[in-house]
Design a protein around this ligand. Structure first.
Ligand code: 1GP
Length: 241
């Protein structure tokens, strides 16, 4: 199964898409089965796995455990090279275009090559834009970069387009894990109006209404992580589109 084609086909068929993000540091292996069963009963299309500060060797056992309980594609959303495992279906090969830290623009990617050369993982070049939302996010701390001011919408759009022209196949607008508020609809709308590649939106989405608002503004794929970790009852609102 090719994950990028799957995403593109769904967009072609005007289908909304949801990914549930599981952070290996935030779940015990014993709880994976129950959590994944709830994902299976929801409208989710993908399971993303990753986190900003995941220690070595937590990702692979988690991916294997998830795969025991679902047929959904498992996509790595790594904070660092050590989170790469070929047990997943695909890897978002993220370049932090909002920042100016060369390590997260190209350095980590070079470091990842010895691992990637040995895998058959589907690798999806993905532009990643961290948008400011009033507090310091973990991504900001870990990558030592500044988020893009949310007022500077034109600059956000230009950065996304530069990523597209550089050959990125997906663009991810990120408010930060557990953000107080998600990326503003005006930003999503402006980026999606000009962008030709699929637009992913995540960070701080805590309700069905916020998810629907992101789709209405133009997101093709929404990511929810923290809200479901904290409140599994939210799955009840994700059973149908
Ligand atoms: C974080 O965009 C993802 O990198 C998801 O964010 O955990 O806030 O849902 P939340």
């Amino acid at each position: 199964m090719n994950v990028l084609n799957h995403i593109l086909n769904n967009i072609f068929n005007t289908k909304k898409q949801l990914a549930i993000l599981i952070d290996p540091e935030k779940i015990r292996l014993a709880d994976v089965e129950g959590f994944v069963k709830k994902i299976n009963q929801s409208v989710a299309n993908y399971i993303f796995v990753g986190g900003s500060t995941v220690p070595v060797d937590l990702t692979e056992p988690l991916v294997l455990e998830i795969k025991k309980h679902t047929n959904l594609p498992v996509v790595l959303f790594p904070g660092d090279v050590v989170q790469i495992t070929d047990k997943a279906n695909a890897l978002l090969f993220l370049s932090l275009l909002s920042g100016r830290n060369p390590a997260y623009l190209i350095g980590k990617h070079v470091e990842a090559i010895p691992r990637l050369k040995e895998t058959s993982l589907e690798i999806i070049p993905t532009g990643y834009l961290l948008i400011e939302n009033g507090e310091t996010s973990t991504v900001q701390k870990v990558t030592d970069t500044e988020p893009m001011p949310s007022k500077h919408i034109e600059n956000i759009v230009h950065t996304a387009l530069a990523g597209e022209l550089l050959g990125m196949r997906l663009m991810y607008l990120e408010a930060g894990s557990g953000a107080k508020s998600p990326v503003a609809p005006e930003i999503i709308k402006a980026v999606s109006n000009d962008l030709s590649i699929p637009l992913i939106v995540g960070g701080g989405i805590k309700s069905r209404a916020q998810m629907d608002q992101a789709f209405k503004a133009g997101a093709n794929l929404v990511v929810i992580g923290t809200a479901l970790e904290k409140n599994e009852a939210l799955f009840n609102n994700l059973k149908r589109w």
